[in-house]
Design a protein around this ligand. Structure first.
Ligand SMILES: CC(C)(COP(=O)(O)OP(=O)(O)OC[C@H]1O[C@@H](n2cnc3c(N)ncnc32)[C@H](O)[C@@H]1OP(=O)(O)O)[C@@H](O)C(=O)NCCC(=O)NCCS
Length: 223
């Protein structure tokens, strides 16, 4: 089994969306935002947004894990690397978002707005690395792909001596804790408003900038 991390291309987008929808298919909140997993022809908004992010946004890094034995993409991470301070006009902008056909627009907007507000409150324009999304095909989970993609971004953060930020699902929470992230808040969504049960919780997590290695401590490892 050889898993490799590579930069994703525009031509990968349909497969990456398949992975995203499959990975969240059992998540009760995702089922509210997307009562039906959209068919390829209904994914225009996501395709357009991801194509722009891949080709235009220099801060955005779409990284994939490929299983070279089967020649298939099995996992995706979207990392934002903000190396320099950003102006408020950039990080405070909350452009309304188009959603794929079939989305529960009200629920999706509530979640999107909560996430944007949290990012603004915790990180603002500070330089940092943000894990925007991490998903692994359910048929390939627990093979190490998620951790490889997490460490791709954390290596960038460590080389640049930057803080890292993410919002974690309960499935990802332990993985992030094991890599040095700590809870700094939660995002709670009342699912009963949309016919669901209970509160859906995301954990807001940050990881402090790591001190650069001195030659003397080179044998010490950062998780
Ligand atoms: C979270 C996720 C990306 C992990 O991907 P993965 O490739 O399976 O992760 P790895 O194989 O590298 O496993 C790393 C650790 O993640 C944890 N983990 C992986 N899958 C998990 C699951 N389904 N439930 C709970 N913990 C899980 C484990 O702690 C594992 O460590 P272990 O070696 O002690 O078992 C994957 O489970 C997924 O896509 N989940 C659905 C989408 C999601 O919630 N993404 C995170 C959004 S913040």
């Amino acid at each position: 089994m050889v898993l490799i991390v590579e930069r994703a291309q525009e031509t990968d987008i349909q497969r990456l969306l398949d992975i995203m929808y499959a990975a969240f298919s059992k998540d009760p909140w995702d089922r509210i935002m997307y009562p039906h997993i959209p068919a390829p022809e209904a994914r225009g908004a996501s395709i357009e947004r991801w194509r722009d992010e891949i080709s235009i946004d220099p801060t955005m890094h779409f990284m994939k894990v490929v299983d070279t034995d089967i020649g298939e993409i099995i996992a995706l991470a979207r990392w934002n690397v903000y190396e320099v301070e950003r102006p408020e006009s950039e990080w405070k902008s909350t452009k309304p978002r188009n959603w794929d056909i079939g989305a529960n627009v009200e629920a999706a907007n509530e979640f999107y707005n909560a996430v944007c507000e949290s990012r603004q409150n915790f990180m603002g324009g500070k330089p940092h690395c943000r894990l925007n999304m991490l998903v692994c095909d359910p048929q390939h989970q627990r093979r190490g792909a998620g951790r490889m993609l997490l460490h791709w971004g954390l290596n960038r953060a460590d080389n640049l001596v930057l803080e890292a930020y993410l919002e974690a699902s309960s499935e990802g929470h332990h993985l992030y804790q094991s890599a040095g992230f700590e809870d700094v808040g939660t995002l709670d969504i009342d699912m009963t408003k949309y016919g669901g049960h209970g509160i859906h919780q995301h954990f807001v997590m940050t990881r402090a900038a790591q001190k650069p290695h001195s030659p003397k401590s080179a044998s010490g490892s950062i998780p």
